[in-house]
Design a protein around this ligand. Structure first.
Ligand code: DX5
Ligand code: ZN
Length: 239
């Protein structure tokens, strides 16, 4: 079910993960089918609890409802505190990837293991001001690092440029880990990804890009979802 591992220097294998936060929730099944048809690699699924972040979105019931509509993996981004109780529920609802914010879990290592024990890929999410040192002692248990390039809670925010330096730093750590015989780890970026910055983001080391408002806000006149997916990939190739 997983797509092949992308090399940081090969943007043609860049994974694009449209965030359904910006989709039309009244037509969610149709929306996820449309993004898969347009070439999306993952469905990015933003879970907010009005506690860890000041917004409230969707949970396992909605994940279960969209699961039959797509074959691509569902990438669940948990912006919730506490984390652990939701993991079995999302695994049962058809999630393939589960990421969480380390400061929202009392026992980060345990939460990562719990995700993997439930058959999902596991990842940590770092906010713009969260230190990359959170990764230090859990590299062996990571399938993904998700770097926030906005403060979590809302779609449609502006990309924070300091993320580019952080991306380069995390890319170095991932490559060093691989050189020591470690497993591959995806490097995903989330927030404010657009056609005019995706080249810089890929150049700095991302292999997976979330795009919410860019994809779901794409005008029909410019080719709709097919048009924007094509444009994001072609701009990424320009790096
Ligand atoms: C923000 C979410 C993002 C967001 C991305 O907390 O995690 O996934 O929906 O949306 P855009 O691409 O519009 O910034
Ligand atoms: Zn997200």
């Amino acid at each position: 079910m997983f797509v092949s591992q992308a090399s940081p220097t090969m943007s043609r294998s860049l994974r694009i993960a449209p965030s359904i936060l910006s989709a039309d929730f009244a037509r969610l099944g149709e929306e996820v089918r449309a993004i898969e048809a347009a070439g999306a690699d993952l469905v990015h699924f933003d879970v907010m609890d009005n506690h860890y972040v000041p917004n409230l979105t969707i949970g396992p019931l909605v994940c279960e409802a969209i699961r039959p509509h797509v074959t691509i993996p569902i990438d669940v981004h948990l912006m919730v505190e506490p984390v652990d109780a939701l993991i079995p529920l999302f695994a049962k609802a058809g999630a393939n990837i589960i990421t969480f914010h380390p400061e929202a879990s009392r026992h980060v290592d345990r939460t990562l293991s719990l995700i993997r024990e439930h058959g999902c890929k596991a990842g940590l999410v770092l906010n713009p001001a969260t230190s990359v040192d959170w990764l230090d002692h859990v590299m062996d248990k990571l399938d993904i690092v998700l770097l926030m390039s906005v403060n979590p809670g809302f779609g449609g925010q502006k990309f924070i440029p300091a993320t580019l330096g952080k991306l380069r730093l995390v890319r170095q750590r991932i490559e060093a880990h691989k050189a020591r015989g470690g497993q591959p780890i995806w490097l995903e970026v989330d927030g404010g990804v657009k056609t005019d910055n995706i080249a810089d983001i890929v150049k700095a080391g991302a292999d997976t890009c979330v795009a919410g408002s860019a994809v779901f806000g794409a005008p029909d006149a410019d080719g709709g979802y097919h048009g924007i997916m094509r444009e994001l990939r072609s701009q990424a190739d320009a790096h």
